[in-house]
Write a protein that binds this ligand. Structure first.
Ligand code: ZN
Length: 295
């Protein structure tokens, strides 16, 4: 039978071309993205050896984390500190392209034990947003003590920010209590570390216009939330900076989608589409679910 089944041949050829085309699109994206000026801010919480990972949705395995940091350094990304991010955002410095910011929330002890040694190996700066109560109350035994945090407060790759006194949902605490959480946490961290605390992070990413005013009045220069949904129509500003949660299941391809800006674009497109179709129900539900996840 000369040449085999022509239909089969055509399908094989078609698939081959599809493969080549997909590869070319991906390769082009890999080289061109992220576009200059887009600076992804990654969010981690807990980094643990794979055997200790358990079920916590905030836990990321150390081998995954190490590969991700290796990826950034190997493929020409420029991890920058919050001070450098602020300088770019306020026009005091020009973005060079491929900047990325690494942040951690809550001051888990694994930051000191697991994450920092990896960051040191690759020379990657990071920020950790600390909860005053977790530093000082031994009920939170898996979190850094004040003494442990002090031991790395001067580390050139470490920036500490405030994540309140007790990690409440700020929009629900009442204005007076929210002000105490925002102002006092800054004051106590500054006194403890003898340094200025310029950056703030909303517990569970939750904020509103009142909370932003309080954060700004307290003297913080920037404040971080989590995903685009948290904006709830609020304009993005220095006080509502979005971040990308790196999940334990994210492989290097998903990680690339995060740092290339594709995840962000997809999330915004999804939000836009849901607003267009008036489908807000799912939004409320998933916001509530992720709210439970993000404590
Ligand atoms: Zn938190």
């Amino acid at each position: 039978m000369k040449g085999g089944d022509p239909v089969k041949k055509r399908i094989t050829k078609g698939l081959l071309w599809l493969g080549v085309l997909s590869f070319l699109i991906l390769a082009t994206g890999f080289v061109l993205l992220p576009s200059k000026g887009y600076i992804p801010v990654l969010m981690y919480h807990v980094i643990l050896p794979e055997k200790d990972l358990g079920r916590g949705s905030l836990n990321v395995g150390i081998r995954h984390f190490q590969r991700q940091m290796w990826f950034l350094k190997t493929f020409g990304f420029h991890p920058i500190s919050l001070d450098e991010l602020y300088a770019i955002k306020t026009g005091q410095a020009e973005p060079k392209g491929r900047e990325v910011v690494v942040t951690f929330d809550d001051g888990h002890r694994s930051y000191l034990k697991e994450a920092l040694p990896v960051m040191e190996r690759y020379g990657i700066p990071s920020a950790n947003f600390l909860i005053w109560d977790h530093l000082n109350n031994r009920f939170w035994k898996d979190y850094m003590t004040l003494e442990e945090a002090k031991s790395i407060a001067e580390h050139p790759l470490v920036t500490f920010g405030s994540h309140t006194l007790t990690h409440p949902d700020l929009p629900d605490t009442g204005r007076a209590q929210a002000e105490v959480e925002i102002v006092e946490s800054r004051k106590r961290l500054e006194e403890s570390f003898d340094q200025t605390i310029d950056y703030f992070c909303y517990p569970s990413g939750l904020f509103n216009e009142d909370i932003i005013q309080l954060v700004e009045a307290a003297g913080y220069k920037m404040a971080f939330t989590t995903k685009a949904k948290r904006l709830r129509g609020h304009p993005e500003s220095l006080y509502s900076l979005l971040r990308l949660k790196v999940k334990r299941t994210n492989n290097l391809f998903i990680f690339w989608l995060h740092v290339s800006g594709i995840s962000d674009a997809m999330e915004r497109a999804g939000l836009f589409f849901r607003q267009l179709t008036g489908n807000k129900q799912n939004d409320t539900l998933s916001a509530y679910q992720s709210h439970l996840e993000m404590t």
